[in-house]
Design a protein around this ligand. Structure first.
Ligand code: PEP
Ligand code: MN
Length: 356
């Protein structure tokens, strides 16, 4: 199985959890005529707190398989141990996925990889709950090392303590970095677990496609509000159809020579601007180092809170009403300030060594 199509996103849909045979079959029937490539349902559910529904277990694999056969689609479940792998393969599950809470644990990932050695079962690896691209890459490598070749990644967002419109912060730079480091591994975005609610699903799905991701995993339930897990984020098959039909599929490249030429021209302009920005930054840091010398000579601290506040307020006022977000401005100024302090510290310490 290749988790990648060239005309539209590869789509995985189905309930968060298999609850009853009827629920799985009915949900699947609703998906029959949609562009769905793989039918999902969790049968072992990792729950954050104990005492909640933790999945039906092995029995539900047969329901899912029956549903897949009924609508002619392959099926996938989450596995979190070698025992799960054995039961899933015995039940004829076509694709396995590794959950976010498992990817964080190299012991478990290795145990699952070892259980799959000698097969070429397709495996999808969700990102770890914490924003650590190395851990995500490491998990994929463990499967590659036992000889699996049909691998994909699922971007489901990252836990955060900060208030956010998302249940799991997307941190788009992390899947982008994964793509840069492992360009051959398809990436499927899971807007359901990123959003945690239905309203932002379409927007996040579109963003994933705009970022050249290969597919989408969207939790679908015949009656979402009654779901035994993740009730707020699931959609009906009809709602899924609406989300998919509104998506604009974009190609990573255009074959049209005129479009290509225009893009190249604009990119050349951007390359020029980037160099200008870098040259200016280097000049700016030169001045910072001079200030460092001066502060050293006059015994003044490097960091002066009042000056830093003034810089922030002045630059905020300067960009107000222009096409630059305050969020970006702060990130940008903080990065410059950090480098500036670092260079001033280097100047002071070098001088200290000289003076001694
Ligand atoms: C799920 O897909 O239902 C699930 C438990 O996902 P995650 O591992 O991303 O939390
Ligand atoms: Mn879920």
């Amino acid at each position: 199985m290749e988790f990648r199509r060239h005309d539209r996103p590869f789509v995985i849909a189905g309930p968060c959890s298999a609850e009853t045979r009827e629920q799985v079959l009915e949900t699947a029937k609703g998906l029959k005529d949609l562009n769905v490539d793989l039918l999902r349902a969790g049968v072992w559910k990792p729950r954050t707190r104990p005492g909640k529904f933790e999945g039906i277990g092995e029995e539900a694999i047969a329901w899912l398989k029956e549903a897949g056969n009924l609508i002619g689609k392959p099926v996938t479940v989450e596995v979190a141990s070698a025992a799960h792998v054995e039961l899933a393969l015995k039940g004829g599950v076509d694709v396995l996925w590794i959950g976010a809470r498992t990817t964080v644990n190299p012991f478990m990932v290795q145990e699952i990889a070892d259980a799959l050695k000698g097969t070429d079962v397709p495996v999808l690896v969700k990102n770890p709950v914490n924003p650590d691209v190395e851990l995500w890459i490491g998990a994929i490598e463990r499967f590659q090392s036992v000889g699996l070749t049909k691998l994909g990644a699922i971007h489901r967002g990252f836990s955060t303590f900060q208030k956010s419109p998302f249940r799991n912060s997307p941190n788009w730079n992390i899947p982008i970095e994964l793509k840069r480091r492992m360009p051959d591994v398809p990436i499927i975005c899971d807007p359901s677990h990123i959003c945690g609610s239905r309203d932002l699903l379409g927007e996040v799905a579109q963003k994933a496609i705009d970022l050249n991701m290969d597919g989408l995993m969207l939790e679908t339930h015949r009656d979402p509000s009654q779901a035994w897990s993740d009730a707020e984020q699931q959609v009906t098959p009809k709602e899924l159809a609406a989300i998919l039909s509104e998506l604009v599929w974009r190609n990573p490249n255009s074959l049209d020579l005129e479009v290509k030429a225009k893009l190249e021209e604009l990119r050349a302009t951007i390359d020029g601007f980037d160099r200008d920005i870098l040259d200016l930054l280097i000049e700016r840091l030169e001045v910072s180092r001079k200030i460092g010398e001066y502060k050293k000579d006059h015994n003044i601290t490097i960091l002066q809170h009042q000056r830093w506040n003034e810089i922030l307020h002045d630059r905020e006022a300067y960009v107000k009403g222009k096409q630059l977000s305050m969020r970006f401005l702060h990130k940008f100024l903080e990065a410059i300030h950090e480098e500036s302090i670092q260079q001033q510290t280097d100047v002071m310490n070098a001088r200290k060594a000289e003076d001694a």
